[in-house]
Design a protein around this ligand. Structure first.
Ligand SMILES: [Zn+2]
Ligand SMILES: [Zn+2]
Length: 243
């Protein structure tokens, strides 16, 4: 394991080109992505990315993680021109910040993304989103997120408000997002700026400018053409572009 990625994140207002020229949220054909590591690394080099992180979906019963890590280690050895991080994306399984990942998996990672994907109902099952009101959706996602920020062994909070956005095609209420960003500063957990789960990108950036959290840049890439998407979007907004 290299130095955990957490130590390298910078705060939003300090972002330079070198900090945004990366993509730290990628999925491969090992889970629900379309491309394999080789093709992704090759394309990342072509796109001029300085750093990428493979952050596959894992669960507590995932058996292939060690083997996958070994495959990635080989690839990064033969591509020294780009920094390749090995990580995972794990979901919250309760409101206390427990992750759907084993300690062995976490220990093999350079970077761990924590996220809310489903709403555990406390009995080992998950709540059907369609039974919830819009307010309940926001509140439960918020509580699960707070658990991650308070206690989970994570470096990055992936796609905050993402489930709410996917269901309503609008961002989680701004006061909730503001509290999430503020809370992230307590344990210096980076909040992900992403291109897949935000309705109003500019509004999210203005909140980042207000709270100035540590940030991670991730496209949640599932197919190659999405690689570096978040970097390119930030650049359009003038973030990390040196005078
Ligand atoms: Zn996710
Ligand atoms: Zn993802």
């Amino acid at each position: 394991m290299v130095e955990r990625e957490r130590n390298k994140f910078v705060r939003f207002l300090d972002l330079k080109w070198a900090d945004i020229n990366c993509d730290l949220h990628l999925h491969t054909s090992r889970t629900d992505g379309k491309a394999g590591p080789k093709a992704i690394i090759k394309y990342a080099i072509e796109r001029g990315l300085r750093r990428i992180a493979f952050t596959e979906h894992v669960r507590r019963d995932t058996k292939w993680f060690h083997e996958f890590t070994a495959e990635l280690c080989k690839e990064r050895e033969i591509h020294p021109q780009i920094e390749v991080l090995i990580g995972c994306e794990a979901k919250a399984i309760d409101r206390q910040g427990s992750l759907d990942a084993t300690e062995e998996i976490i220990n093999e990672c350079d970077i761990v993304l924590g996220c809310v994907h489903r709403f555990p109902d406390g009995t080992g099952a998950y709540t059907d989103f369609s039974t919830l009101s819009q307010e309940q959706m926001a509140q439960i996602e918020f509580e699960l997120t707070l658990g991650l920020l308070e206690a989970a062994p994570i470096d990055v909070l992936a796609h905050p408000g993402g489930m709410y956005f996917r269901r309503y095609s609008t961002d989680i209420p701004r006061d909730i997002m503001r509290t999430i960003l503020r809370k992230s500063l307590e344990r210096k957990i980076a909040v992900e700026v992403n291109t897949s789960y935000l309705g109003d990108f500019a509004s999210f950036l203005s909140l980042c400018a207000e709270i100035n959290p540590y940030v991670s840049i991730g496209s949640d890439m599932h197919s190659l053409e999405q690689l570096g998407e978040c970097r390119d979007r930030l650049r359009k907004y003038g973030i990390g572009v040196e005078e």
